[in-house]
Design a protein around this ligand. Structure first.
Ligand code: F0G
Length: 463
């Protein structure tokens, strides 16, 4: 019988008071089943803690700021710094951390000019220890997995979750099992899992097939599931929003825009916004909008075709492999967040993603294709009048540029859409490409190339 992850209160009186609440029927329990679903109605669980509601918002803001100069591991982590809103482990020494969080909020001057939105920012979660937003959730989930005595943790992944899980498992002295779709994830992410010592299985299926298999596995084997249906993951991912609001001096932006795949991140950010509003940390809710690739648009279709009542799953296809998901596990949580914050759900094309990724790269910060859907989505939401140019907008960049170098190389070499129906149309992106130039190793050749570059693009300035 696998060990169960329990509210610490039951084993150590006076510690955390968190409970698991079903997002469907609302029933509350101290323990969670291995599949993190409600035993009564089968819906997903989330973590709740009544102590969060009795906090003093002004005192919390000061406390969190003061912790930024402290040197304890728990304070250096940009996740555990906000621990008043996280489930508490039995002791601080239990925490498995790689100094996650503390990610920058950048302005985007060039994209601001292109979109006409002067107050446009990017919260770059790709600057986490393993290069994606997953680390913020993984530190919390890995901590509780270790505390519960698990030897094995496991996930299905499009790449980033597996990289992150493998790192935190290694850090916490646990073994990790990774299930990834064969040939459908970037080598760069796969190589991370290998280096961090994961047992890596490339399955001949897609992400949704991997996740289905994992859910069967956790019922039979003593492995702990670290996919984003694990509610501890979402608690950690909430801190992105706490940190963002702190960076904005607690003045809520009008819009936060995130990519949507399995829909854990949008659920987590939404939960954080509601908690912050309920406690009085922020006076009003930003609208949280979710953007998907046209070829992996299950949430968009669910909202448009069933008003969010029934999941419309699909066979996903997109070069933004991180969000190549057709059967998102947390769709109901995401629908609730869209409704609660008044956010929109949009889809963007492969060409729009490629252009937005190049535009973000040209800002000198770079991201992976899945993250770029946010800028592409913003352009659509502006056209529709859902976002107004004078509003403050934050794009959540979820992964580093280095996560998918093949995509970037193919784009700049002009090969990304070769042999696809988009080949001809993709010529309109040529001005965004910066292919490498192969030259003889002479001064003359380099100077000529420099002159040519200056002549062909005189408008490019230093400002
Ligand atoms: N962006 C990146 C870079 C991702 O890796 C993912 C998901 C998402 C966005 C979507 O986030 O699933 O919370 O809606 N990657 C998962 C993985 C599925 O296995 O790495 P979501």
């Amino acid at each position: 019988m696998p060990p169960s992850v329990t509210s610490a209160k039951d084993s150590a009186p006076g510690q955390a008071t968190f409970r698991f609440r079903c997002i469907g029927c609302g029933s509350v329990n101290a323990t969670a089943a291995q599949d993190f679903r409600c035993s009564d109605c089968g819906n997903l669980l989330e973590i709740t803690d009544s102590s969060w509601n009795s906090r003093n918002p002004t005192a919390l803001k000061t406390l969190w700021r003061e912790r930024r100069i402290l040197n304890e591991a728990i304070d250096l982590s940009g996740v555990w710094r906000f621990r008043e809103f996280l489930p508490a482990p039995q002791s601080e020494q239990e925490i498995v951390t790689l100094r996650e969080g503390n990610t920058p909020l950048y302005d985007l001057p060039q994209s601001s000019r292109v979109t006409g939105v002067p107050r446009l920012y990017a919260k770059h979660q790709g600057l986490n220890p393993t290069g994606s937003f997953k680390d913020a959730g993984m530190t919390v989930a890995a901590t509780f997995a270790r505390q519960a005595g698990y030897r094995w943790v496991a996930c299905a992944s499009t790449g980033n979750t597996s990289a992150s899980m493998a790192a935190y498992a290694a850090r916490g002295g646990m073994r990790s099992l990774v299930l990834v779709p064969e040939g459908k994830i970037s080598w760069s992410k796969l190589s991370q899992a290998l280096d961090y010592g994961a047992l890596t299985c490339q399955l001949r299926t897609d992400f949704d097939g991997c996740l289905r298999l994992l859910q069967e596995l956790v019922r039979q084997a003593p492995v702990y599931q670290l996919n984003s249906i694990n509610p501890f993951r979402l608690e950690g991912q909430k801190t992105l929003a706490f940190e963002l609001l702190e960076q904005l001096d607690w003045e809520p932006p009008d819009h936060i825009i995130v990519p949507g795949g399995n829909l854990g991140n949008s659920s987590a950010i939404g939960k954080a916004l509601l908690e912050m509003r309920d406690v009085g940390l922020i006076p009003r809710l930003p609208k949280l909008s979710v953007i998907q690739a046209e070829g992996a648009n299950a949430l968009v279709r669910t909202v448009r075709e069933t008003q969010g009542k029934r999941l419309v799953s699909m066979q996903p296809e997109t070069r933004a492999t991180a969000i190549r998901i057709g059967n998102p596990a947390s769709w109901e949580k995401a629908v609730k967040v869209l409704q609660a914050t008044g956010g929109a759900c949009e889809q963007v094309s492969e060409l729009e993603i490629a252009q937005a990724k190049a535009e973000i790269g040209a800002e000198g910060i770079g991201c992976e294709p899945a993250s770029a859907v946010t800028l592409a989505g913003l352009k659509k939401l502006l056209q529709q009048g859902f976002v107004k140019p004078q509003e403050t907008v934050v794009l959540v960049l979820t992964g580093s540029l280095l996560k998918d170098p093949d995509y970037t190389m193919e784009f700049h070499r002009g090969d990304l859409f070769k042999g696809t129906p988009l080949e001809q149309e993709s010529a309109k992106l040529n001005s965004f490409r910066h292919p490498p130039v192969v030259l003889d190793a002479t001064l003359d050749a380099v100077i000529k190339t420099l002159e040519l570059a200056e002549k062909s693009d005189p408008a490019r300035s230093n400002e």
